[in-house]
Design a protein around this ligand. Structure first.
Ligand code: FE
Ligand code: FE
Ligand code: ZN
Length: 277
């Protein structure tokens, strides 16, 4: 079954997001655990959570994805920023443990002034501090565009992080189509070749989510500017080809395109029709 949905506001909690998802025909959604540029998270609300659990199946929604705030940077040169990353990870993961299984996506980080290998070591140290052997939540490393000093713009860097983590059975990868195209993976002309490379280096079994975005920026530009589906440099035909690739047919798709709810509804309709659903 096709899981597709947008990034939704979490202002009104799980219930509000679930109702929005239903209204626009989404079968999943992504939400921020807290304000993306920093700030306090909502308290966990049992009634809100119970509403979601009781209604998700009849609404046809599942596999929702929680996205960490952008301010979470486990490889910052500043110790207080690294401490903040640990605090956010702990708080967010504690809430997600209410689910029978959940997914938590984060940007590996920006190394700023640090050496890249040392930055990767800091990310590994952080994950080793927060992952517990019996946790139910899968933590996803997002593939990045490589803007600034971002870590995670190559499959090799992602693999280095995974290899350094003790309980790495709790790690997966979220592939962002806008980011990897900017990072120089040619998903327009050779999506299967990119999947082959992902499989060879990381293993396709680690791929748990796709951020389906078009891009405002050219191939290999190391820029991160999302565009609506079919309106950017990736384009409609490449998107059609991606969503119909049998190797990713069971992976949930999350739209992070510059849209309001109505625009998301149209894009969901479009992707469903491309898939013949
Ligand atoms: Fe992201
Ligand atoms: Fe993304
Ligand atoms: Zn992005």
């Amino acid at each position: 079954m096709l899981r597709i949905g947008p990034h939704l506001s979490f202002q009104k909690g799980y219930k509000g997001a679930l109702l929005d998802a239903k209204r626009i025909g989404a079968t999943t959604f992504q939400y921020f655990s807290r304000p993306p540029q920093g700030g306090k998270a909502k308290e966990f609300d049992d009634n809100d959570f119970n509403y979601y659990m009781a209604n998700k199946d009849s609404f046809g929604v599942d596999n929702i994805l929680c996205h960490a705030p952008y301010t979470l940077n486990p490889c910052s040169a500043k110790e207080e920023t690294r401490e903040y990353a640990l605090m956010v990870f702990k708080e967010d993961l504690e809430k997600l443990e209410h689910f029978p299984s959940a997914m938590y996506n984060f940007h590996p980080g920006s190394s700023t002034t640090l050496d890249r290998d040392y930055a990767i070591k800091l990310i590994i140290d952080c994950l080793n501090k927060i992952i517990t052997p019996n946790q139910k939540t899968t933590i996803l490393l997002e593939t990045m565009s490589g803007k600034g000093s971002e870590v995670g713009k190559t499959f090799e860097e992602i693999k280095m992080i995974i290899d350094g983590v003790l309980y790495n059975e709790h790690l997966g990868v979220c592939m962002d189509t806008c980011h990897i195209y900017s990072a120089g993976y040619d998903i327009v002309n050779n999506f299967d070749g990119v999947l082959d490379e992902f499989d060879k280096i990381i293993g396709l079994n680690r791929l748990k989510a796709i951020h389906l975005n078009d891009s405002k920026m050219p191939f290999n530009s190391f820029k991160d500017r999302h565009e609506c589906i079919g309106k950017g440099t990736i384009g409609l035909e490449a998107i059609r080809n991606i969503v119909n690739n049998p190797r990713i047919k069971d992976i949930p798709l999350y739209l992070e395109t510059p849209n309001e709810l109505d625009g998301y509804m149209e894009e969901i309709e479009l992707i469903k029709s491309m898939r013949g659903e």
